[in-house]
Design a protein around this ligand. Sequence first.
Ligand code: G3P
Ligand code: CA
Length: 288
Amino acid sequence: HDAVTHARQQHPIQVVAHRGASEDAPEHTLAAYRKAIEDGADALECDVRLTADGHLVCVHDRRVNRTSNGRGAVSALELADLAALDFGSWKAREPQETPGTPGSRSTRVEEPDWVVRPEDREHTSVLTLERLLELVADAGRRVELAIETKHPTRWAGQVEERLLLLLKRFGLDAPATAAESPVRIMSFSARSLHRVRAASPTLPTVYLMQFVSPRLRDGRLPAGVGIAGPSIRIVRNHPAYVERLQQVGHQVHVWTVNEPEDVDLCVELGIDAIITNRPRAVLRRLGR
Ligand code: G3P
Ligand code: CA
């Protein structure tokens, strides 16, 4: 317990903007990430997928149907097809939650502080990972990046290969040590993380978990993975498992933490990073 308590006191909890400041702006758009940086987020989370012509784009779903005015799988579309779509206007039609009200699903009375204008491409364009890396490079302060590889079936192995090539162009593929790397790779797929580690052993990797699999109950993660990424539901229901992960020596990064009482729970348990749609509200809750 002493080691755990010690680890808890060493680092401030990191606030990671999930898909950007995705409560305030359309997820995975440049506007959402700019807002997250303005809000003071320590790190940005993004999902990456490969287009039919080999570009890495920041899109969560397999298909573009939910977050754009187009249809079809990202992997079947070329970057030019995606560039012609509107990835922002859907957000303006979405009912807004009132931030900071525990368990509330009530409609926000005030207007959101952004408006989608057709000419405002920052709110509506598909975002390439390359553009996001440029944004981070130009942030003027250290902003870390947590990149999630989505289950690559059609492009087995190629997502990781392209990702590492792109990171190399920015000098981010081979940090001297995991601890100093501003980039980490996350996945629900142990195979995807394995590919990353095989090519770039010092890049930190995060194994995302929606359930605690019986195989991992003892707190160990897939070989070589240093960071555990449980859902907030796991953390709420199995705090002893979180403690076990910490005792084994893993960092714990939790998603997606939007409610104040969950932020408090993460602090209490000595979580290392909170991944949230509301970076500003979480920072405020943490007194930052
Ligand atoms: O940060 C991890 C979290 O993003 C995983 O779930 O579905 O939002 O990608 P999802
Ligand atoms: Ca994600």
